[in-house]
Write a protein of this length. Structure first.
Length: 255
């Protein structure tokens, strides 16, 4: 939006989120709760249903970038990072924010991409829009709960590594090397999250996979033991019985 001279935009609201980034010039913003001046290098958010009026201050030309967007639930039902950012924007008040993380510069780049129409420009614009949203969230004080639960995300990495390599002989040293941590650090993460040792966690994961194979395949028990990295079928039988209370053969017959 470009405005010059004396101008006014009447009281209105949107059903979406509207981010106003002031690239040049100054304007006054009036909502039902607050009145403030938006200066160059700042932005403000008017959330869904927030009525606002905007008008000129002085005669300096105004250049405002506006990003109007909605958020829709994805497969994670809003539990992911974007869901958390959406809730942050939803609860945010309308006030001027210093663009401390370069949202206006990113918007300039998006405009350049849209005007030049180089190959792949829609992908570039899409990625820049996501970057703009994140940068504005950071400037507004958004803090990710994911950073506060690093040990949880590391535990997820450990579990994923074991799942991806379930048919290999996995050791705590392998996991430590994968995460670039010491074995003691890995042990603390697993113990804190699961209440058991890393070796025990690996063993239980392998037994769960063995149970799936026993139910869903006709593989001999010896082949299942070998495929999951157990030294012998006898050792596999012993471990399985210690965990499940019955032998693999009895488990399969029971099912």
């Amino acid at each position: 939006m470009q405005k010059s001279g004396h101008w006014s935009i009447g009281r209105h609201a949107h059903s979406s989120f509207e981010f106003h980034l002031i690239a040049r010039g100054t304007c006054e913003v009036i909502t039902d709760d607050v009145t403030f001046v938006a200066e160059p290098g700042t932005f403000y958010l008017t959330g869904p249903g927030v009525y606002h009026t905007q008008r000129s201050i002085g005669t300096d030309p105004l250049v405002e970038y506006s990003l109007d967007c909605t958020f829709k639930p994805q497969k994670d039902n809003g539990r992911g990072e974007w869901g958390a950012l959406h809730l942050f924007f939803k609860d945010a008040k309308c006030f001027p924010v210093h663009d401390a993380h370069g949202a206006i510069a990113l918007f300039d780049k998006a405009i350049e991409e849209a005007l030049c129409l180089q190959p792949g420009y829609p992908i570039m614009v899409h990625s820049l829009v996501l970057s703009i949203l994140v940068s504005m969230g950071r400037s507004m004080g958004y803090t990710s709960s994911f950073l506060q639960s690093k040990s949880v995300s590391r535990m997820e990495l450990i579990a994923s590594y074991i799942e991806d390599n379930i048919y290999q002989q996995i050791t705590p040293a392998d996991i430590a090397a994968f995460l670039n941590l010491s074995e003691k650090q890995v042990s603390r993460i697993v113990l804190s999250s699961e209440g058991i040792s890393t070796k025990r966690f690996i063993t239980l994961a392998k037994i769960e996979e063995a149970k799936t194979l026993l139910v869903e395949s006709d593989l001999p028990i010896g082949e299942i033991a070998q495929s999951l990295g157990f030294a012998t079928a006898s050792y596999f039988n012993t471990v399985f019985r210690n965990v499940e209370g019955i032998t693999p053969g009895a488990f399969r017959a029971q099912i």
